[in-house]
Design a protein around this ligand. Structure first.
Ligand SMILES: [Zn+2]
Length: 315
């Protein structure tokens, strides 16, 4: 684990999606209404960027392709502030609900949309609701074939909706017939013989902060970087309330008013950077890799052609 200024370096990440796109409230009918709901993702993400700036912290933002298409200025602002842009897929459908062909199309579309906007290659992927589980391991080969160098979709815990409790809980190389990819699992802590999730989301809002901090400090002593995650909507206690099961509403709305303060404490107590930086420091993965997007170069060339030749003629 890399140490800078006496502090171990950890990964901080955010899944950039609207409050109404979460899997817990998913329904096909609601999916058809996405464009009609009040959008809050841009404001919430910009608040988050402000907080990170105050602490001088960089993070990885797994942006949903659907969001990137609607808010390209937000994606460009994240890049301008020095954050890493990664992919959260395009339409936020669980991999468990997709065929390999559907998944490949979703992953490819998201990567292309995001790379076109930010001008950099996208190397990281995180599935909606960590939905690489037993039965969807085939997704790993597709991610490798589509040009991803790391994945952060396997949560090594027991959970009713996701998780692979026996998966390796620290950053490691995964091999498939398509090649190799770094797996960056969200953090867990061993407590009284059980493996508990401590990486973020609902757990971040559920545990009292001193307890969470103690568990994270303990994980830190294991010598592996922590991998934390949150969503912009978790810093928005005023978001409109969605209908859903009691458990989903409990998990989604619990202690939203405390997230901002807790995240601020976390940023004081630990040192974070992007996943790409932590992987580079620990493995050298990105040293010899071209980070400029081929799609971006192509779109720049198109723009230049249009600028020099006037309007392109229709075929
Ligand atoms: Zn998500």
């Amino acid at each position: 684990m890399s140490v800078v200024g006496g502090k171990p370096m950890h990964c901080l990440s955010f899944d950039v999606e609207e409050h109404f796109q979460v899997s817990a409230f998913w329904s096909e009918a609601r999916r058809q209404q996405w464009d009609k709901y009040e959008s809050r993702v841009e404001n919430n993400t910009r608040k988050l960027v402000e907080l990170l700036d105050q602490h001088g912290t960089k993070a990885t933002f797994f942006v949903l392709g659907w969001v990137a298409e609607r808010y390209p200025g937000l994606v460009k602002a994240l890049v301008a502030h020095g954050h890493e842009i990664a992919s959260h897929g395009y339409g936020h459908e669980l991999i468990t609900d997709q065929t390999p062909e559907m998944f490949r199309a979703d992953v490819r579309r998201a990567k292309r949309v995001i790379e076109d906007i930010c001008g950099k290659r996208v190397y990281g992927y995180r599935a909606p609701s960590f939905s690489i589980t037993k039965g969807t391991e085939w997704a790993i080969s597709i991610l490798i074939e589509e040009g991803h160098l790391y994945d952060s979709s396997i949560f090594p815990v027991l959970h009713d909706r996701y998780g692979m409790p026996n998966a390796t809980p620290t950053i490691h190389l995964l091999r498939s017939e398509a090649g190799r990819i770094w797996e960056v699992p969200p953090s867990t802590a061993n407590f009284l013989g059980a493996r508990l999730p401590v990486a973020g989301g609902g757990y971040f809002r559920l545990y009292p902060y001193p307890l969470l901090r103690a568990m994270l400090k303990r994980s830190e002593r294991s010598g592996h970087p922590l991998v934390m995650y949150l969503h912009p909507w978790e810093l928005d206690p005023d978001q409109p309330k969605m209908e859903g099961s009691w458990l989903s509403r409990f998990r989604h709305y619990l202690n939203l008013h405390k997230t901002h303060g807790r995240l601020s404490s976390l940023l004081d107590d630990f040192r974070f950077d992007t996943i790409q930086t932590i992987l580079e420091l620990n493995t050298g993965t990105f040293s010899n890799i071209d980070t400029v997007s081929p799609h971006y170069e192509a779109s720049l060339a198109r723009t230049e052609m249009i600028a020099s030749c006037g309007k392109p003629s229709l075929p």
